[in-house]
Design a protein around this ligand. Structure first.
Ligand code: AHM
Ligand code: MG
Length: 333
């Protein structure tokens, strides 16, 4: 079988569709290289002395794991010097990270969740990196947080890596979704799935059911219907999966369909869900839509939401189109 590397794929994509300018290609390759480094650190586990807490909290008040902090540093260092970026932002940093003055600056802005699925780090369950790429606004001089506050439709690229039994990188630049597998011996990303498509119909759902008592009525109704199986209104049995790493749950859905939900609930009425809009929901929504699926916050398309804050939270319903449309319909009734 002829192997196509990430670089070859990006170069050919540019030739065919003119969709990946050289600077964006460099950016994607640098992020992919950083993911390789993170994958290596993750795979060392206890031997690399990378497990456990870092003894600090991030801006969201979550305890940072050593690997959260390390992955953040790996992504920052890898992306600072190439000249392709104006600034970066991360789940693990309160404010944005402008490119230091000693380096040239580019027209792109990178956002990331350096290591998603923190609760799974120490127990050897799949975790990953999520990233989103925006263009700096026209005429921007010194980047500020407000330059990042663009709706998800403005993303020019998005992707995630999963550090699991295999390390994979899933990427979109707005022209479908492709998956690359890390060849650990060669150290290269090899194209292994072209044009991934999420089936519109599914019998699988993912939600943290321990929060059931806090759910709002549309979510309660939807899940009740799924759980009543072939004797209920849906007339078929559904299966449930919850990995507690969004990257791994989304990767399953890209491969065999399903719906993933992290709804807002009545625990903290002011908090619209757990997941973050700009570096978790937006990139995943972009990927899912590019694979023929749908992504909403229960009421509207995630990619249309105008962000108000860098670390804003959002409810998430994404995956197989027919299911996402149904649960969104229940919210809008
Ligand atoms: P993190 O970015 O701190 O890891 O949090 C996000 C994760 C998602 O990957 C996952 O879907 C969710 O949190 C799991 O939440 P819960 O602990 O409620 O199962
Ligand atoms: Mg996360």
């Amino acid at each position: 079988m002829k192997r196509i590397s990430l670089t070859q794929y990006l170069v050919e994509e540019q030739r065919l569709h003119n969709s990946i300018p050289a600077e964006l290609r460099l950016l994607i390759e640098v992020v992919a290289r950083a993911c390789k480094t993170i994958s290596h650190a993750v795979s060392k586990g206890a031997l690399g002395e990378v497990l456990g807490s870092a003894g600090s909290e991030n801006v969201q008040g979550e305890v940072q794991k050593k690997l959260d902090v390390l992955s953040n540093e790996i992504l920052l260092e890898a992306n600072e010097w190439g000249g392709h970026l104006a600034a970066m932002a991360s789940e693990e940093m309160e404010t944005i990270h402008p490119i230091p003055n000693r380096y040239p600056k580019g027209e792109y802005m990178l956002l990331f969740d350096p290591l998603d699925g923190s609760s799974n780090i120490d127990v050897n369950v799949s975790i990953g990196t999520i990233f989103s790429v925006l263009k700096a606004p026209e005429g921007m001089k010194e980047p500020s947080e407000k330059d990042f506050l663009q709706p998800g439709v403005k993303q020019v690229a998005a992707g995630y890596a999963v550090y699991g039994p295999q390390t994979v990188l899933v990427l979109t630049t707005g022209d479908g979704v492709n998956c690359f597998t890390l060849d650990r011996e060669m150290g290269s990303w090899v194209l292994t799935q072209r044009d991934m498509q999420i089936p519109a119909e599914t019998k699988e759902y993912a939600i943290n059911a321990s929060n059931a008592r806090h759910w709002y009525p549309p979510v309660k109704r939807y899940i009740d219907e799924l759980q009543s199986g072939d004797t209920g209104p849906r007339g078929k049995n559904f299966n449930m999966r919850w990995i507690a790493s969004m990257v791994a749950d989304v990767h399953r859905i890209l491969n065999r369909g399903g719906i993933f939900m992290y709804p807002a609930d009545a625990r903290e009425p002011d908090k619209p869900g757990k997941l973050r809009l700009m570096y978790e929901a937006n990139p995943m929504a972009f990927i899912v839509e590019q694979a023929g699926g749908a992504a909403t916050n229960g009421k509207q398309r995630i990619l249309d939401i105008q962000p108000q804050k860098l670390h804003e939270r959002v409810a998430v319903f994404l995956g197989s189109k027919n299911e996402v449309e149904r649960v969104t319909g229940y919210h809008n009734e």
